[in-house]
Structure formats: C-alpha cells, structure tokens
Design a protein around this ligand. Structure first.
Ligand SMILES: Nc1ncnc2c1ncn2[C@@H]1O[C@H](COP(=O)(O)OP(=O)(O)O)[C@@H](O)[C@H]1O
Ligand SMILES: Nc1ccn([C@@H]2O[C@H](COP(=O)(O)O)[C@@H](O)[C@H]2O)c(=O)n1
Length: 230
C-alpha cells in the first residue's frame, strides 16, 4: 500500500497555468504522482436543464462539492483508492464515468480554489499560487474555451465579465495569502525545475524538511532563534 508523502496544492486564476505546472511536475516522476483537478468536483447538476446549467456561476466556491473533495483526498492520504468524478465542460456537468485513482507518493491538487478550503489546505505539504496577469489569462482562456470547451467568443466574454473576473477578485486572488510560493506566469521553467527536484526527492525519500503539516514555527524555530542571537 502506498501512502502519499507529499501533497501539493496549486491554485491561481483561470488560465494562469495551474494545469500545465501540475502536468509537468507530475510527469517528472511518472507513475509516482497523481493529479487531482478540482474541476472534477463541480457539483452534479443533472437535475438542471442545459440552459440553466449554462447560467451557473462556476467561479463561486459553492459550485464545488467540497465534502467529496475532502473525503477523497483523505482516503488517498490514508492509502485507499478513490473513484474520482469526471467533468464535461461542453455540457456543464459531470459525466457518468469515474476514474479510479490509486494513492501515489505525490499528489497534486489543482484548481482555482485549491487553497480555498481550510481542510484541503491543511492536507497540503506545499501550497502554490500561480500568478499571471489578468490580460494574459483571459487571452489564454478565450483560446482554450473556444477550441477545447466548445464555447463561442461572445459567451466567453460575457461569462468573464459577469462572474469569472468578479469572483476571481473576491474569492480566488485572496487565497494567495495562504501560498508558500508564488509561481509567476505558469509554466515558468525555473519554478517547474525546482518543483521537479522537490517531488523527485519526495519519491526517492531524500527530501529534508519542508512539510507544511508541521507549523513553520516548529520547523524553523531553532534556526530563527539562532539567527536572532546574532
Ligand atoms: N509560462 C507560460 N507561457 C506561455 N503559455 C503558458 C505558460 N503557462 C501556461 N501556458 C499556456 O496557458 C494556457 C492555460 O494554461 P493552463 O495550465 O490550462 O491554465 P489553468 O489550468 O490555470 O487554467 C495553456 O495553453 C498553456 O499551454
Ligand atoms: N461548466 C463550467 C465549469 C467551469 N468553468 C470555468 O472553468 C474555470 C476553472 O477552470 P480553469 O482550468 O480555467 O482553472 C472557472 O473559471 C469556470 O468559469 C466553465 O466555464 N464552465
């Protein structure tokens, strides 16, 4: 049985580069890492017709099934596999299928609200906030939503102005204060390289310290005291 030893939370605005960072970092340790995209945990809206699902505010924390996120992450950290929901952006709903996720050494939880929920944050050893300017993010999003998510330009712009932008400012950006590290631009090669080294060390068991399950005062306490003694 594998019990994950290193959990990374990757938050940031839409289009910031969270998924790209998570993919690159996960790839560097192959099967030893699992990605948990929080998008898969949008509430099941099967009870609503498509036209109503189209109008939902998907950038409010209440759009997510947090109980399921907490439950499945805890199971993985206890070494048990989970049946992760899957999401279809074209129909604004979960699919009927789930993906079996086995616990691995490294777990990467990524999504706009990866640092929002207290319990989820507590489960993370390293918390990242990917920070990219809003103009770059909207340009990336337009391209992605039109090409990959079956949206039209007018709809993407309307959604951005009515919910995505205000919710980002109200709920997503403030979670930056919970980050241990801020990653500029997304797939920033220096940051990704350092993260790759850190997860490789976690997998080979050579990592020293740096776990946030231990409060900073405890992990750095001696060094802070020594430094202040001059
Ligand atoms: N540093 C970067 N420079 C240029 N493009 C990037 C960078 N990081 C990510 N991207 C691109 O931006 C787009 C959005 O990235 P993605 O990882 O899907 O964002 P998020 O998961 O935060 O919504 C993708 O097309 C990705 O290839
Ligand atoms: N049916 C949905 C569900 C979510 N969204 C948008 O996805 C964004 C989060 O995903 P990122 O990969 O961009 O981080 C979020 O901003 C939602 O607006 C959607 O458009 N439709």
């Amino acid at each position: 049985m594998t019990t994950p030893s290193f959990v990374i939370g990757i938050a940031g605005g839409t289009g910031a580069g969270k998924t790209t960072v998570a993919r690159l970092v996960a790839r560097s340790v192959g099967d030893a890492a699992t990605r948990i995209p929080l998008d898969n945990y949008y509430e099941d809206l099967s009870h609503l017709p498509f036209e109503e699902r189209e109008g939902v505010n998907y950038d409010h924390p209440s759009a997510f099934e947090w109980e399921l996120v907490r439950e499945q992450l805890s199971s993985l950290l206890d070494g048990s596999p989970v049946e992760m929901p899957t999401y279809d952006f074209e129909v604004h709903n979960r699919t009927d299928e789930t993906t079996r996720v086995e616990p691995t050494e490294v777990v990467l939880v990524e999504g706009i609200f990866a640092l929002y929920d207290d319990a989820v944050r507590e489960l993370c050893d390293l918390r990242l906030y990917v920070e990219t300017d809003a103009d770059v993010r909207i340009l990336r999003r337009i391209e992605r939503d039109v090409i990959d998510r079956g949206r039209d330009l007018e709809g993407v712009i309307d959604q951005y102005l009515s919910t995505v932008k205000p919710m980002h400012e109200r709920f997503v950006e403030p979670t930056k204060k919970h980050a241990d590290l801020i990653v500029p631009e997304g797939a920033n090669s220096v940051a990704v390289g350092l993260l790759e080294e850190r997860v490789r060390a976690a997998v080979t068991g050579t990592a020293s310290g740096g776990s946030n399950r231990e409060p900073i005062e405890e992990s750095l306490g001696d060094r802070i005291a020594t430094d202040s003694e001059g």
